[in-house]
Design a protein around this ligand. Structure first.
Ligand SMILES: [Fe+2]
Ligand SMILES: [Fe+2]
Length: 183
């Protein structure tokens, strides 16, 4: 499992987004129906991208859920915070899907299973495995986010959300890396 930082991750680290906020405020007026005047090709790419992100966030929150134990520990506190953050991301992309008039991917339950296997599996193996799994999955996510940011012509609101969420994932890598060092 690699823990090396890529250029995308470094870019995310130095981003303008406040990763201490794990659930940014959202107002009713922030909901907008979008995409009506977009060409079909652009819409198709956006739909694919949003479904991918929505599915990955389901996997991420499931991993953290099943990594947790009942122990009153700092690790579990951090895992609750990470789970909450992933739930925010999941909401972010679900809202964007419906704003565009799209539906979530119907096979996303398969990623719940993958999340369960990674989450529960690493929990059985202990603290180090929990952190290493987090670092590995989040590194993949940051990379994936970078690719989708680069290749899809997003609307400005959605782009900002993807950038913020990518910065959050990078924050998760940083946290698990630090905790792994002292584990
Ligand atoms: Fe996420
Ligand atoms: Fe994350």
């Amino acid at each position: 499992m690699k823990t090396r930082h890529s250029p995308e991750q470094d870019a995310a680290t130095h981003s303008q987004y406040d990763i201490a906020i794990i659930r940014p405020e959202m107002r009713a007026d922030d909901v907008n129906l979008r995409g009506d005047d977009f060409p079909r090709e652009r819409l198709r790419a956006i739909r694919k991208g949003l479904r991918t992100l929505h599915t990955l966030e389901l996997m991420a929150q499931t991993i953290y859920k099943f990594q947790m134990t009942k122990a009153r520990s700092e690790v579990n506190r951090q895992l609750v915070a990470a789970m909450c953050n992933e739930m925010t991301h999941y909401q972010d992309f679900q809202v964007k899907l419906y704003e565009y008039g799209f539906r979530p991917g119907i096979l996303r339950w398969a990623y719940w299973l993958v999340g369960f296997v990674f989450g529960f599996g690493s929990r059985l193996l202990g603290k180090k495995a929990i952190f290493k799994t987090g670092i590995w999955v989040e590194s993949k996510a940051v990379h994936h986010y970078a690719e989708l940011l680069e290749t899809i012509e997003w609307d400005d609101d959605t782009r900002k959300i993807i950038e913020k969420d990518q910065a959050d994932e990078d924050g998760h890598i940083g946290r698990w890396t630090k905790m792994l060092e002292t584990a």
